[in-house]
Design a protein around this ligand. Structure first.
Ligand code: C2E
Ligand code: MG
Ligand code: MG
Ligand code: MG
Length: 283
């Protein structure tokens, strides 16, 4: 096609590639400095139980770059993984999340949990068990209050002793959740083989509830299977009360989504959870 349209088109194409490469190297340079420039923040999104209590939160990384402005994690996390920067950045997120959560766990009970996203690269390149132990020790967060979110891709990795690593982590008292369930190379045998505690249904399956009958069937099947396997289910990306009503009718354990709250900076999450509790005491 490019050939048929002549030389200009080809030049346009090459300059496009050049611009892409320049943008990419700008992103890489900015990322290398981001941690030492204090450009990262951790936000917390509430996770609400079936009986409408805030039971925990997910820690989500935010980056405000001096040069690039706000960049979404969906864009920069894969680059961090390629550059190996996910190791120091992942450590930083874990430490921050545990430090903040330690306060919430002591105020709101030992059942409160914080979930932290872990990249597969961290498991392959680092001793996660040692890292988790030292962060828990340092922040005084009890292990039961921490859930690590892992992906189906990690469970499909047969090379890096993933099963042994996850068993060792589970033995420390930390819980494991499978994130974005249903979007990866799902094999149901994983749910039996790995020591998982929670399963997070990807927003992709939630967004068209309750109108899309196939999604309704899938979500209903996932919830009943999980409940039979003693796994707690989190529905991700819940935005409407119709979605909530559908999930409640299936006794979905936990809800996370804009319907309740967007991810919040630590101070606002703190405020949110206090107001939420006050409201409950008044009703
Ligand atoms: P995720 O772990 O599946 O996180 C959920 C994403 O859904 C978050 O996007 C959250 O802001 C968004 N979300 C929550 N509720 C709703 C809703 O009701 N509607 C819609 N449209 N979106 C909702 P975010 O924060 O942009 O993060 C994107 C992804 O980046 C995460 O997906 C996770 O895979 C990755 N990520 C974020 N923080 C970290 C981190 O600290 N470490 C690693 N390794 N990955 C991270
Ligand atoms: Mg997640
Ligand atoms: Mg997810
Ligand atoms: Mg995701």
């Amino acid at each position: 096609k490019a050939k048929a349209q002549g030389r200009n088109c080809f030049e346009f194409f090459t300059s496009g590639l050049h611009e892409q490469a320049a943008a990419r190297s700008k992103l890489e340079n900015a990322l290398h400095k981001a941690l030492s420039n204090n450009e990262f923040t951790v936000y917390f999104q509430p996770i609400i139980s079936h009986d409408k209590k805030t039971v925990g939160c997910e820690a989500l990384l935010r980056w405000r770059s001096a040069e690039l402005g706000d960049v979404s994690p969906a864009q920069f996390i894969p680059v961090c993984e390629e550059l190996g920067l996910i190791i120091p950045i992942g450590e930083w997120v874990l430490r921050e999340a545990c430090r903040e959560a330690a306060k919430w766990c002591s105020s709101f009970g030992a059942h409160f949990f914080v979930t932290v996203n872990m990249s597969s690269v961290q498991f392959i390149r680092q001793d996660i068990e040692a890292l988790v132990k030292s962060v828990l020790q340092e922040t005084q967060l009890s292990a039961q209050c921490l859930t690590l979110e892992i992906t189906e891709t990690l469970l499909a990795d047969n090379s890096s002793n993933i099963l042994q690593q996850l068993q060792a982590l589970r033995a420390t008292g930390v819980a494991l959740a499978i994130d974005d369930f249903g979007t990866g190379y799902s094999s149901l045998s994983y749910l039996k083989r790995f020591p998982l505690s929670k399963l997070k249904i990807d927003r992709e399956f939630i967004k068209d509830l309750p109108d899309d009958l196939e999604d309704c069937a899938m979500v209903s099947a996932i919830i009943s299977m999980a409940s039979n396997l003693q796994l707690k289910v989190v529905a991700e990306g819940v935005e409407t009360s119709a979605q909530l009503a559908f999930l409640n009718a299936l006794s979905c354990d936990y809800i996370q989504g804009f319907l309740y709250s967007k991810p919040l900076p630590a101070a606002l999450f703190d405020k949110y959870i206090r107001e939420f509790i006050a409201e409950q005491n008044n009703t």
